[in-house]
Ligand binder design. Structure first.
Ligand SMILES: Nc1ncnc2c1ncn2[C@@H]1O[C@H](COP(=O)(O)OP(=O)(O)OP(=O)(O)O)[C@@H](O)[C@H]1O
Length: 313
């Protein structure tokens, strides 16, 4: 195993660079004396699925909440789609930026007293109050189908759906406004392996067909192997490394090694390799992914592969 102690590379891209729709720099979050993040930096590339992993309580959800403005950080910079989230200007700007992302919270967070279709209509009503009822209902039905649910599911209440269907309903609502960014907080938690794999596949397909950039918090190693272009690892209050799984495996960090090279990590890798068409070795897949990404960001800076490992390694 090589020990890639790449120089610490804090986010280097301008918060207005369209190739990096999410740029976080020097983030600090604390609840009283309890410091969650200290000097955390992260960049998300346009069009990628970035998996965010870390032990329980390392602050993955708090990071996501900070990026989407639900958590006020103590310090740092957050740029989303070119907007400075820490110093948002007007209410109009805030509405505009919030309409450009969709969020699937843990558990789906659907309104239990509304049908699935009505749940999907909520953001449409909020952001487009003048839209006609019929158009809104039509869009909602379309998003329900897009999320892999039968159209009649739009008339059901969340309590009438299985866990997997509820996740899809939450996804339909997250897609209501045709977002550019999709935030998913543990989308496969609680699903059986077949349901989880189907949800992964759906995420990948939606990302490709809709051109989404996906920020995906997960504990699910199968998800990481199956659909994530890169993975960011949270530990020691910061992002200690970002890269493809083979790149992370090359890092000599105990948590990373235990996580990816432990029995569950090896099983997930073996499973993914079995399912790869023509049994393409994972390293080759990763290399292709990097080539593609490098091509896209070639002119944006010297840091093509963005593999890094910082303090605590
Ligand atoms: N509103 C809050 N008030 C106080 N502490 C909070 C609040 N929200 C989160 N925390 C604390 O911040 C820490 C990080 O929480 P967070 O939910 O981000 O962890 P996580 O990495 O997503 O964990 P898990 O993988 O278990 O979901 C935890 O110790 C949590 O108790």
């Amino acid at each position: 195993m090589s020990d890639l102690h790449a120089p610490e590379a804090p986010a280097t891209h301008d918060g207005h660079d369209p190739d990096f729709p999410i740029v976080v720099r020097g983030l600090r979050n604390a609840f009283g004396e309890h410091v969650i993040h200290e000097d955390l930096s992260l960049e998300v590339r346009s069009g990628e699925i970035l998996g965010v992993v870390g032990g329980s309580g390392t602050g993955k959800s708090v990071l996501m909440r900070s990026v989407i403005g639900l958590q006020q950080p103590a310090a740092g910079e957050i740029h989303v789609l070119g907007r400075d989230m820490m110093h948002e200007e007007t209410a109009e700007d805030e509405i505009d930026i919030r309409s450009r992302w969709g969020v699937l919270f843990q558990g789906g967070a659907l309104f239990s007293t509304l049908t699935v279709g009505e749940n999907v209509e909520v953001p449409l009503k909020q952001f487009y109050p003048d839209m006609s009822d019929s158009l809104r209902q039509e869009i909602a039905r379309f998003k329900v189908r897009l999320s892999g649910l039968p159209e009649e599911a739009a008339l059901k209440y969340p309590s009438e759906l299985s866990g997997g269907m509820r996740k899809r309903a939450g996804l339909a609502r997250a897609l209501a406004l045709d977002p550019e960014l999709l935030f998913l907080d543990e989308p496969t938690a609680g699903l059986d392996p077949i349901g989880a794999a189907a949800f992964d596949q759906l995420t990948r397909e939606l990302k490709e067909t809709l051109g989404l950039t996906v920020f995906l918090i997960t504990h699910d190693l199968d998800t990481l192997y199956a659909i994530c272009d890169r993975v960011a690892v949270l530990a020691d209050k910061t992002v200690i490394a970002v890269g493809t799984i083979p790149e992370l495996l090359a890092l000599d960090h105990p948590w990373i090694q235990e996580y990816f090279n432990g029995p569950r990590g090896r099983a997930a890798q073996a499973s993914e390799e079995r399912q790869q068409p023509r049994r393409e070795p994972l390293a080759q897949t990763a290399a292709r992914g990097l080539d593609a990404t490098d091509a896209r960001i070639k002119n944006t800076g010297p840091q093509g592969t963005d593999i890094r490992q910082s303090g605590g390694a």
